[in-house]
Design a protein around this ligand. Structure first.
Ligand code: PMP
Length: 315
């Protein structure tokens, strides 16, 4: 699905997946003027299709576009384009329990611009791909390493929006972590190098007794839609949820740590390694992450009634 800004994002054109033409001097190629979103469509047992909180993705894109000096589609245009993309790819949505259709909306500066400035034209496009469940059997714990050389975001930067440029600084750290046998990297704040921020593409939560804490989003952390949903579900379960700066030292006595994001949904953390020390956490049955994962996936796939009003049916 592709819309161009010349028509004020009002057009909708469905194309077979393939390469797109881009000016060598386009804003996205030269100055990183690009934003994306990540969302999923799920198939219910009755065959119907569900989107999860698409208006949140539309609003996050709009917020990011403002920071990146880009125009953005309206919430209605965004959701309609996502729905059309899903309908056109209906046959690729896996059966219930077997995965989902991952949807990737992209907003990029396609206009040519030689000197540093916002591009004169933009393209909003969406592509989709079927994906399996992140975890094949049950929830497999992540083994994270805390990075203290590289940072993913700085105060006043773009860490709070989903711009393509945020993923460039993490490539090296993530590649190094994986080659050392870790699943992913947990980043600290870049000023005091003391507070937890987030993982390369998910948010982090720390459990101690009845209190579930997650780093506050103050411009350097992406405000995850799964994070927001888990906060609400955890409060409904009676946990006390705190959004606050979390010093890395709290990891030494946490009961449980887990990550949230569209891809992983809720992923338990089995261990965190920091400056050569390894901390291990409770995972598996009875863990808070397991309970929240089961509830959230049941809502997303239509297995339980969506009392939160989060799912959107696609006709
Ligand atoms: N942080 C980062 C850096 C991410 O890329 C993502 C994935 N979008 C998240 C957190 C989780 O956000 P969401 O729950 O909206 O997928």
């Amino acid at each position: 699905m592709k819309c161009s800004q010349d028509e004020k994002f009002s057009c909708g054109e469905l194309n077979r997946y393939g390469n797109i033409e881009l000016s060598p001097s386009s804003g996205v190629l030269n100055y990183g003027q690009g934003l994306f979103e990540g969302m999923k469509a799920y198939r219910k047992v009755d065959g119907g299709l569900l989107l999860f909180r698409p208006e949140e993705n539309a609003q996050r894109l709009k917020f990011g576009a403002e920071r990146m000096c880009m125009p953005s589609p309206s919430t209605e245009q965004f959701i309609n384009a996502v729905k059309q993309t899903v309908v056109a790819n209906k046959r690729w949505v896996p059966p219930p329990g077997k995965g989902s259709l991952y949807i990737r909306p992209l907003l990029i500066g396609t206009g040519a611009i030689l000197g540093l400035a916002p591009a004169p034209n933009y393209t909003f496009l969406i592509y989709a791909s079927p994906v399996g469940n992140y975890f094949k059997e049950g929830l497999a714990p992540l083994n994270l390493v805390i990075e203290d050389e590289f940072h993913r975001a700085i105060p006043g930067g773009t860490g709070g929006i989903k711009t393509i440029a945020n993923y460039a600084p993490v490539l090296k750290a993530q590649t190094r972590a994986k080659s050392n046998g870790f699943s992913d990297v947990l980043y600290l704040d870049s000023v005091k190098k003391k507070y937890l921020e987030e993982v390369s593409s998910c948010n982090v939560f720390v459990v101690k007794g009845n209190v579930i804490s997650t780093p506050s989003t103050e411009g350097t952390i992406l405000s995850g839609i799964t994070r927001k949903s888990i906060i609400d579900l955890a409060r409904n379960y009676g946990y006390q949820v705190e959004e606050r700066p979390i010093p890395v030292t709290e990891l030494t006595h946490a009961d449980e740590v887990f990550c949230t994001g569209t891809a992983v949904i809720v992923a338990p953390v089995g261990s965190i390694t920091y400056q050569g020390k390894r901390f291990e956490y409770k995972t598996g049955l009875g863990a808070v992450s397991q309970k929240l994962y089961s509830t959230l996936t049941a809502i997303q796939t239509g297995l339980i009634k969506d009392k939160m009003g989060w799912t959107v049916e696609i006709d």
